[in-house]
Design a protein around this ligand. Structure first.
Ligand code: CP3
Length: 360
C-alpha cells in the first residue's frame, strides 16, 4: 500500500510518557493503566448502555472519545489510549465477531483450513477499519496538544489464537495443533496478519496516535522456539516496518508471561517493553541492559487491597525499577472489572508522590 502521510510532529503540554519511552529525563514517573477505560468505571457502563453494546461503542467515534476521556478526567493520567479492541482486524477480515453477554469474544467463521487461510485478505485501515481511524481522529481533536494518545493492535500470534480457536481458550489446542502440525500454514496466516497490523498501526499514527503498543496476550503459552517463530518474529517484522515508515513514533511490545524473552524482544529495535508482575523490574532492567524503556508492573489484584497496602506495593515497584529514566508505571495487565475506582486513584496518587525521588 502507499505509505501513509508521516506522523505529525506535536508539542505536548504533558510529554512525560513519550520522554520516558525514549529514556529521556522526566520530573516523575508517568502513569497510565491498561484497560483504563472499562467496566470498573460507572461512567463507562453508562456510555456502553447508551451505545447498546461493546462493538457498537467501538463503532461510534463520539462515544469512543467520550470513554477514552473518562479515566483522563477522573484521574489526570499521563497518556490516553484509543478505546477499541484488538479483534477489530479479524472482524474486518470477515470472521464475524460477537461478544456474548459474560462469555467473551466469539467468531462465527473461525480459520481452520488452508482454504480459510487463503481466503483472508488485508483489511484497508481507511475502508473496513475506518471507524477505528475516525475514533483516533476524534480523540486527537479532544486531546488537542494536552496529552499523548496511544494506538494499539494485537500481535499476529494473539490475533491468530482467537481466529483459529474461534473464541478465548484455556488450552489453545487448535492453534497449537496448527503450530506443531502445519507450521507453514500458520506462517502464511501470520504473514497476512503482519501486513494487516503494520498497515493498521501506520494508519493510526497518521490519524494522530503518538505511540503504539502491540498486545501479545498469548505469546507466553508457547515453548521458547515456537515463541520465537510464531510470536516474536512476526512482531519484529512489524517493528522493522514501523521504524522504516514512522521512525519517530515509539513502539511498545508486551508479551504477557514473556519475562524470559525480554532480551530478545529488545533486539527487535522497539522502544519499550511491557512487563507483567511475574518478572521483577530490576531483573527485567538487567536483562535489557538499558536498550529499551520498561512499562509496568503492579499486579492488578493489588488494587483490591486497602489503600496503605496499595501505596507500599507502588513503592516496591518504583524501588524495583530504581533511579533514572525509562520507566512508565502501569499495571502488569489490564485493570480488573470489579476494582474499586477509588483504589486506582490511590495507586496513581502514590506514583505522583513517591516517584520524583527516583528522578533527581
Ligand atoms: O486499555 C484500554 O483502555 C483500551 C481498550 C482495550 C480494550 N481491549 C477494551 C475492551 C484494549 C487495549 C483491549 C485489548 C484486548 N482485547 C486484548 C489484549 C489485552 C491484554 O491486556 O493483553 C484482548 C485479549 C482483547 C479481546 C477481548 N476484548 C476480550 C478477551 C474481552 C473481554 C470479554 C469479556 O466479556 O470479558 C474484550 C472486550 C473488551 N475490550 C472490553 C473492553 C473495555 C469489555 C467489553 C464490555 O464493555 O463488555
Amino acid at each position: 500500500m502507499n505509505a501513509p502521510s508521516a506522523a505529525v510532529a506535536r508539542t505536548l503540554a504533558n510529554d512525560r510518557f513519550l520522554r520516558a519511552l525514549r529514556r529521556q529525563p522526566v520530573d516523575r514517573t508517568p502513569v497510565w493503566m491498561m484497560r483504563q477505560a472499562g467496566r470498573y468505571l460507572p461512567e463507562y457502563r453508562a456510555s456502553r448502555a447508551k451505545a447498546g453494546g461493546f462493538m457498537e461503542l467501538c463503532r461510534n467515534a463520539e462515544l469512543c472519545c467520550e470513554v477514552t476521556m473518562q479515566p483522563i478526567d477522573r484521574y489526570g493520567l499521563d497518556a490516553a489510549i484509543l478505546f477499541s479492541d484488538i479483534l477489530t482486524i479479524p472482524d474486518a477480515m470477515g470472521l464475524g465477531l460477537s461478544f456474548g453477554e459474560g462469555e467473551g469474544p466469539r467468531f462465527a467463521h473461525p480459520v481452520r483450513s488452508a482454504a480459510d487461510v487463503a481466503r483472508i485478505g488485508v483489511p484497508d485501515p481507511e475502508g473496513e477499519l475506518r471507524y477505528v481511524m475516525d475514533a483516533v481522529r476524534t480523540i486527537r481533536g479532544a486531546l488537542g496538544d494536552r496529552l499523548p494518545l496511544i494506538g494499539f493492535s494485537g500481535s499476529p500470534w494473539t490475533l491468530a489464537t482467537y481466529m483459529v480457536e474461534g473464541s478465548g481458550s484455556k488450552e489453545f489446542a487448535k492453534i497449537k495443533a496448527m503450530a506443531y502440525g502445519e507450521p507453514e500454514l500458520l506462517d502464511r496466516l501470520l504473514a497476512t496478519l503482519v501486513e494487516s497490523v503494520s498497515q493498521y498501526l501506520l494508519a493510526q499514527i497518521a490519524a494522530g496516535a503518538d505511540a503504539v503498543m502491540v498486545f501479545d496476550t498469548w505469546g507466553g503459552v508457547l515453548p521458547p522456539a515456537a515463541y520465537r517463530r510464531h510470536s516474536l518474529d512476526p512482531m519484529a517484522r512489524i517493528v522493522a516496518r514501523l521504524k522504516a515508515q514512522a521512525p519517530d513514533t515509539p513502539v511498545v511490545l508486551f508479551t504477557k508471561n514473556g519475562g524470559q524473552h525480554l532480551a530478545q524482544m529488545a533486539d527487535t529495535g522497539c522502544d519499550a517493553l511491557g512487563v507483567d508482575w511475574t518478572t521483577d523490574l530490576a531483573t527485567a532492567r538487567a536483562a535489557v541492559g538499558g536498550r529499551v524503556a520498561l512499562q509496568g508492573n503492579l499486579d492488578p489484584t493489588v488494587l483490591f487491597a486497602a489503600p496503605e497496602r496499595i501505596r507500599s506495593a507502588v513503592a516496591a515497584v518504583l524501588e524495583s525499577y530504581g533511579a533514572g529514566p525509562g520507566h512508565v508505571f502501569n499495571l502488569g495487565h489490564g485493570i480488573l472489572q470489579h476494582t474499586p475506582p477509588e483504589h486506582a486513584g490511590v495507586m496513581i496518587e502514590a506514583v505522583r508522590e513517591l516517584s520524583p525521588a527516583y528522578h533527581r
